[in-house]
Design a protein around this ligand. Structure first.
Ligand code: SF4
Length: 225
C-alpha cells in the first residue's frame, strides 16, 4: 500500500466498520456522552473486552459516578468493586481514585484537551489520550493501538517497530481528514479478520493493497514451482 491508496482503503474499511457493531467508545460518542465519561471508559477499556467495559460502565460505574469529583466519595476498594471485572482493575481503580486530585491540581477540575496534558493524568498513555482528543473533543489525533500498528505495517503504509513510531509516521503521511477515524477503521477489522496470527487474507476487502498478502502469494508461488 502506498499513500495514493489511503482514500480507497479508508472508504472500504469505513464501510466494513459501519456494517459491524461499533466499539464501545465510538458508541458512547454517538450517544452524546461527556468527555469525562469517554475518558473513564477509555481507561477501563484497555486490555478489556468491549462487552465487559460496556456492562461495567452502564450497570455499576456511571450510575454512581457522574463527574470526576464523585470518585472522592468512594474508597479504593469500592472503586475496585465497581469496575471489576475489567482487566487490571487494581491499577485502574488507583488511577481513577487519583483522577479528581490531579484534575483539580493541574487543570482546575476540567478534562484537558491536548494529548500532552491528558498524558499527565493517571492511567492515561498516548493511545488513550489520542482517542479522547479524537472522539471526545473531535480534534485531529491518531489513536494507534496494537491493531493499527500491526495492520498498517502489514499493508506497508508504515515500516515501524512501535505504536508510538507508527503514530508519528502516520501524522506525516496521513491527510488530517482521516486522523480521527483511522483507528475505527482497524480495530474491529483487526479483531475479526486481520488477526495477529493467521489473518484471514482470502477474501479480505483490502487484499489488493496489502504488501503482506502479496509477499505470502509470492512465497506460495515459489513453493509450488
Ligand atoms: S490481506 Fe491479510 S494481512 Fe492484508 S489486511 Fe487483509 S487480512 Fe490483513
Amino acid at each position: 500500500m502506498n499513500k495514493a491508496d489511503i482514500s480507497s482503503v479508508h472508504k472500504i474499511l469505513m464501510e466494513d466498520f459501519i456494517s459491524n457493531p461499533a466499539p464501545v467508545i465510538d458508541l458512547m460518542a454517538a450517544q452524546g456522552c461527556s468527555p469525562f465519561q469517554i475518558l473513564v471508559a477509555t481507561i477501563l477499556s484497555a486490555r478489556t473486552k468491549d462487552e465487559t467495559t460496556s456492562k461495567v460502565i452502564k450497570e455499576k460505574l456511571f450510575p454512581n459516578v457522574k463527574q470526576a469529583s464523585d470518585f472522592n466519595r468512594f474508597t479504593l476498594e469500592e472503586i475496585e468493586q465497581m469496575i471489576f471485572p475489567v482487566g487490571f482493575f487494581h491499577q485502574k481503580a488507583k488511577a481513577l481514585k487519583q483522577l479528581p486530585v490531579v484534575l483539580e491540581e493541574r487543570f482546575g477540575g476540567e478534562i484537558p484537551q491536548t494529548i500532552e496534558e491528558l498524558c499527565e493524568l493517571p492511567g492515561v498513555g498516548r493511545k488513550t489520550a489520542n482517542l479522547v482528543v479524537a472522539v471526545a473533543f473531535k480534534k485531529p489525533a491518531i489513536c494507534v493501538d496494537v491493531h493499527v500498528h500491526r495492520i498498517n505495517n502489514r499493508l506497508g503504509l508504515v515500516a515501524t517497530s512501535t505504536p508510538q513510531e507508527t503514530e508519528f509516521t502516520l501524522r506525516e503521511i496521513l491527510p488530517q481528514k482521516y486522523w480521527c477515524s483511522w483507528n475505527a477503521c482497524f480495530v474491529s477489522f483487526g479483531q475479526r479478520r486481520c488477526r495477529p496470527i493467521n489473518p484471514h487474507c482470502g477474501d479480505c476487502p483490502i487484499k489488493r493493497f496489502c504488501n503482506y498478502a502479496k509477499s505470502q502469494e509470492k512465497q506460495k508461488a515459489c513453493g509450488e514451482k
